[in-house]
Unconditional design. Structure first.
Length: 278
């Protein structure tokens, strides 16, 4: 029997500006010591001190519990100085959403499979536990995946990421914190307008609130995706394919590698030119 666990996650990136001072204010309003709060959260007292002094940031599950304990919204807790106004009670969950995760009876997570024919439905039902329950869920006891977080498998279409073949299955690890996105790595992105896409990413969220999406097949031009259009991000951990590469596929991959190297050289030359002109 397949069970489900619901994970609460942030629906957008927050910059933690007031968390430490707000946590101290809220704790003192309850006349709690750091030890009292630590016991409630089941963490070490020193960690509460680290939160309040901005030396460490709580995990998402801890943030959710803090909001529940102090009856404040996540946005207020992170982004507003609570010593200047009374905390605003949570009136909606616009800053949070859920990630339904299939599990075995013993609590071990299963990997939900999203084939091409289910891609359109996933765009609408990605946060719906009933929809996720309708998908096949499997276990992959591979050593390379043992240290991974929540996983899903997405079947891709098109040839924009050759040499990964159309119809291949991408094993994706859920990305909680979008600030951790690493440039030049491949991700599955669930987007507001384009559905599921598989691309190599340049992270410009901190500077311009956008990602540059690039195809490994140089016949496809890069394009920008605004941060507000991102619904989910999954780091590509592996590829499952039932298409054995042919000789032409290998030649195409070699040509793409050469083109990619030339493009990197062009960028380097452009940067050198700009430095000399300065």
């Amino acid at each position: 029997m397949i069970n489900f666990r619901i994970l609460f996650i942030l629906a957008k990136i927050f910059t933690v500006n007031y968390l430490g001072s707000n946590l101290r204010i809220l704790r003192k309003q309850k006349n709690w010591t750091q030890a009292d709060l630590a016991n409630t959260l089941k963490v070490n007292r020193s960690l509460i001190g680290a939160y309040e002094e901005a030396r460490s940031e709580p995990r998402l599950a801890t943030l959710q519990l803090l909001c529940h304990l102090f009856k404040v919204s996540l946005e207020d807790l992170l982004n507003k100085p609570l010593d200047k106004k009374a905390p605003r009670k949570i009136t909606d969950a616009s800053n949070l959403r859920i990630l339904p995760v299939a599990t075995e009876a013993n609590g071990d997570e299963l990997i939900s499979l999203i084939p091409q024919k289910a891609a359109a439905g996933y765009t609408q039902g990605y946060a719906d536990s009933e929809y996720i329950e309708s998908l096949k869920a499997i276990s992959l006891p591979l050593p390379e995946l043992q240290q991974s977080g929540t996983l899903r498998i997405f079947q891709i279409e098109g040839d924009s990421m050759l040499p990964v073949q159309p119809g291949s299955y991408i094993i994706g690890e859920f990305v909680e914190d979008w600030r951790s996105i690493k440039s030049n790595q491949s991700y599955i992105l669930l987007t507001l307008n384009d559905g599921i896409v598989y691309k190599r990413v340049e992270n410009e969220l901190a500077q311009n609130n956008r990602l540059l999406l690039k195809s490994d097949n140089r016949a496809y031009k890069p394009y920008y995706l605004e941060g507000d259009e991102i619904l989910e991000l999954w780091l590509a951990k592996g590829v499952l394919s039932f298409q054995v590469p042919q000789e032409q596929d290998i030649r195409d991959a070699e040509n793409n590698l050469i083109l990619s190297s030339l493009e990197e050289m062009r960028k380097d030359m452009q940067q050198l030119k700009q430095r000399f002109e300065e």
